[in-house]
Design a protein around this ligand. Structure first.
Ligand code: PEP
Ligand code: MN
Length: 359
């Protein structure tokens, strides 16, 4: 249920509504929009009577939310969620979250979910110091704002390269020092969330873990933004319900990532669900990111798929780039060489401008 306050409702009126919500054992969620304030009521609201709430001073109307994703839905939070990186960190003093030892150097702020279309780029996996530093400089040069790279890799075969683990995270941190680019990297196990959160600016949940509820709870408890990838066999609603798990812990910094789904089509690795972009934007306030690399599985389709994603309203892209794709330890076939990445960024800029967005 959401309680829509009248335009110009006083802070006392809003405060009284919040108090009443808490008294009845529900959790209030305040959304102070540009035009009006909305109070969300979280919990099993079935016994509540909307008519009674409409009698409270300052309340305009009360709306039941029929969709099962309440916090992720637009009704709850009509304005888009904007995620800011490289800003001041939210202090987290819990012992399981190690503190940053060195003071954060000044880096340009990155904003996801606003006017700008933000590109994250980098190799599938962090392979060596040279590889990640070289790629970081190359993607920055091309206009990427965030560096991606896996240190903990979910591989289909247990005999494939599994990533360098913490050493890979250290190399990513070195690449961030060298370029100023914030880093996005995958976390696969709840127990590893505090470790990965020490290094990462964005925690990535991979497609195979979209419904790993223990992991969703764990990243919800962290104070880091989360890139939640759509399960390869999951519906749009299931993706939003997975996001709901993270949001329900009070971590509202979630990005939804369309990375292709499984269909009968075998020519491409997956099928990019372009529909999901406007659908997610309609249903949710969370930023939508598209991964054209895993969606296509073929480097020479990545540019066109990215253009389509930006044209359809994606807030950002996450793209695999490798200095020597033929020798990549994972996903070489879908990785762009740096020069192809730069070329693609030029194309995307024109698409972004055509729909009044920046890049
Ligand atoms: C990745 O980003 O390298 C990755 C493994 O992605 P996904 O979980 O979408 O397959
Ligand atoms: Mn990959």
């Amino acid at each position: 249920m959401i309680i829509v306050m009248r335009m110009g409702a006083s802070s006392k009126e809003v405060g009284d509504v919040i108090k009443r919500v808490e008294e009845l054992g529900f959790r209030p969620h305040l959304s102070a929009g540009v035009e009006r304030t909305i109070v969300g009521v979280i919990g099993d609201e079935r016994p509540l009577h909307p008519e009674q709430w409409e009698l409270l001073p300052g309340v305009e109307r009360v709306v039941r939310i029929l969709q099962p994703f309440k916090l992720a839905g637009r009704d709850f939070h009509p304005d888009p969620t904007i995620i800011r990186l490289n800003g001041p960190k939210i202090a987290d003093t819990r012992p399981e979250y190690p503190q940053e030892t060195s003071p954060m150097p000044a880096r340009p702020q990155v904003t996801i979910g606003g006017e700008e279309v933000v590109v994250m780029a980098g190799p599938c996996a962090v392979e060596s110091r040279e590889q990640i530093i070289e790629t970081a400089h190359a993607v920055k040069e091309g206009g990427a704002k965030i560096l991606r790279g896996g240190a903990f890799k979910p591989r289909t075969s247990p005999y494939s390269f599994q990533g360098h683990g913490e050493y890979g995270l250290q190399l990513l941190a070195e690449a961030r020092e060298a370029t100023g680019l914030p880093i996005c990297t995958e976390v696969m196990a709840p127990a590893e969330v505090p470790l990965v959160a020490t290094y990462a600016d964005i925690l990535q949940i991979g497609t195979r873990n979209m419904q790993n509820y223990a992991l969703l709870h764990a990243v919800g408890e962290s104070r880091r933004p989360v890139l939640l990838k759509r399960g390869m066999m999951s519906t749009i609603e299931e993706l939003l319900m997975a996001a709901e798990y993270i949001l329900s812990h009070g971590n509202y910094q979630v990005m939804l990532c369309e990375r292709g789904i499984r269909t009968f089509e075998k020519y491409t690795r997956n099928t990019l669900d372009i529909n999901a972009i406007p659908a997610l934007k309609q249903l949710s306030h969370l930023p939508v990111i598209v991964d054209p690399s895993h969606a296509t599985g073929k480097w020479d389709l990545v540019d066109a798929a990215s253009r389509a994603a930006v044209a359809a309203g994606a807030d950002g892209l996450i793209v695999e780039v490798h200095p020597d794709p033929a020798r990549a330890m994972s996903d070489g076939a879908q990785s762009l060489k740096p020069e192809k990445f730069v070329q693609m960024m030029g194309h995307l800029k024109r698409i972004a401008e055509a729909i009044d967005r920046k890049m």
